[in-house]
Design a protein around this ligand. Structure first.
Ligand code: ZN
Length: 144
């Protein structure tokens, strides 16, 4: 059971695969590119506020501003995944499509473009999805 965690831009060159978004704020391109969303992997209310603060932090120059908000955001969302690991398992992980909920399947692409570069939450999600039983590939340059 394989999943691919890619940026929307990279996955847009792949044909014949199902693509879903895990972005907090998908723009029209990401929405049109996706069959739906994966709610378990999208930031929720408080996590969204931390993400927005992290993006503001980075826009000021991440290397100099530090990553306090990014750290808080990572801790919040990975803490939830740790507690709710069962919702991430094959046969349980669900997508929300235009016609209702359906299971995420072998070979699906779960995409993001949250503007966070190598800090994108798709790379934080990879180890939890592996722990939940998926084989995961990512587009991370260091192969995370
Ligand atoms: Zn992301």
């Amino acid at each position: 059971m394989a999943l691919h965690l890619f940026s929307h831009a990279r996955a847009s060159h792949i044909f014949g695969a199902r693509v879903f978004t895990i972005m907090a704020h998908p723009r029209s391109f990401e929405r049109e590119h996706s069959l739906g969303t994966i709610p378990a992997l999208q930031p929720t209310g408080a996590e969204r506020r931390l993400l927005d603060a992290a993006l503001t932090e980075r826009s000021r120059g991440a290397l100099f501003a530090g990553r306090n908000n990014t750290d808080q955001y990572e801790r919040a969302i990975t803490g939830r995944w740790e507690k709710e690991l069962d919702t991430l398992r094959p046969g349980t992980l669900r997508a929300c499509t235009r016609t209702g909920f359906e299971l995420v399947r072998d070979g699906d692409y779960l995409c993001c473009a949250c503007g966070a570069g190598q800090e994108c939450h798709r790379y934080w999600a990879a180890p939890f999805l592996r722990q939940a039983g998926w084989t995961v590939t990512t587009d991370h340059p260091m192969g995370k």
